[in-house]
Design a protein around this ligand. Structure first.
Ligand SMILES: [Zn+2]
Length: 119
């Protein structure tokens, strides 16, 4: 899974749709409170590698803790599709919930453990 390609994806009900370009080389398996409770596995992309194609008006933002990561949730079906954040250098990034990529096989991905609980 190291080939860079363009994927499509979206929420469960189909209102929110996106396209992203990634090699899926780094997918997080994070032990922080939200990733654990929601079963989130993110891959982080520069802004230009992610395009929201539909559903901007259906997204609800969820913030907690330091509000550093802005979680984007479909207000119809409740699926978290992606999150917005910033790298330490201030550059904007998008974290795609890889489970929302069309036809993804989670078990085939290599997960990178992240100790988010202790950060
Ligand atoms: Zn939805």
């Amino acid at each position: 899974m190291s080939e860079t390609r363009t994927f499509t994806g979206g929420c469960h009900c189909g209102q929110v749709r996106f396209e992203c370009t990634t090699d899926l080389a780094t997918v997080t398996a994070c032990n922080c409170s939200i990733c654990t409770k929601k079963g989130l596995h993110f891959t982080f992309l520069p802004l230009e590698s992610f395009q929201l194609r539909a559903g901007a008006e259906s997204l609800k933002e969820y913030l907690f803790n330091k509000h550093a990561i802005r979680h984007q949730i479909c207000n119809e079906c409740g699926v978290e599709v992606f999150a917005r954040g910033r790298k330490p250098d201030g550059a904007e990034i998008v974290a795609v919930n890889v489970a929302t990529i069309d036809h993804i096989d989670l078990a085939s991905l290599t997960m990178t453990p992240i100790d988010g609980r202790n950060r």
